[in-house]
Write a protein that binds this ligand. Sequence first.
Ligand code: PEP
Ligand code: MN
Length: 338
Amino acid sequence: MIVVMKQGAERRQIDQVIEQIEQLGLRSHVVEGTELTVVAALGEKRDGARQALETLEGVDKVVPILAPYKIASSEIKKEPTVVRVLGLTVGGGHVGVIAGPCSVESREQILEVARIAQKAGATALRGGAFKPRTSPYAFQGLKEKGLQLLAEARAETGLAVVTEVMAPEHVEMVSAYADVLQVGARNMQNYPLLEAVGESRLPVLLKRGPSATMDEFLLAAEYILKTGNSQVVLCERGIRTFEDHTRFTLPLATVPYLKQKTHLPVVVDPSHGTGKASLVAPMARAAVAAGTDGLMVEIHPNPEKALSDGFQALTPAVFKQMMADCRKVAEALGVGLG
Ligand code: PEP
Ligand code: MN
């Protein structure tokens, strides 16, 4: 349920609503909008709860939240959530660009990529130090050494660092170096991890599981939001279908759909979404046209030598062109990009 307060409701009245919600054995979540304050009452349905809240002073109305996810729902917050960290802005009329290699491979590689990304206009650097690989024999990442190299690249370029955390016990270590914690597609429903990244209080980029429905995706985001961390970015990275011409199938309707259902910003990853370097830039342009709040793109100075996902990495020249083209689409729509 959402308790919508009257315009100009006093703090004391809001506190009374919170107290009543808690007395009913429910959990409260306050959303202060620009004009109205709403207090969500979260938990199992309670008989008589609606009436108990509706009669309180300062309350305008009590309405049910129809979606299975609550804090993530646009029913409780109309204004879009914007995530800002260092020079990266995701949402609110700005397409944030996160670029970098699939994996951090060496000092030279990550510094070179960071310079390329920054020069082309990206504002965040991606790069995995802990890599979820399908084969246990494949390169697993440089771990803490990789995190240190990302921090070094940030110190030189000012780019925000976005990197994956794979296990709850690594959250503390990864948070010491990262600006945004990435939860990978394979871990979208790893609930202890979602709670741990929520507690970190760093912004979280949550990737859609390759077989997850939109409700499952938003309920995963809800686990993070429920900890009190409101800085969640959703990332569409492609799903498993019968198609085999691309690595995954990239459904761009996700972008406008999520914009209707949630206030959280949405980023598109056309690299994993297609798995083919030649398809990445066209899908990046299409994602901007569809209203994405951000792009996550894999780039590499030497894709054929990459230790992971080289087949989908853009060369510096192609990335530069992609940025120029995406900027034209963004300008046509009146949004910023970079
Ligand atoms: C990645 O971003 O490098 C990655 C492993 O992505 P995903 O979790 O979407 O497969
Ligand atoms: Mn990758």
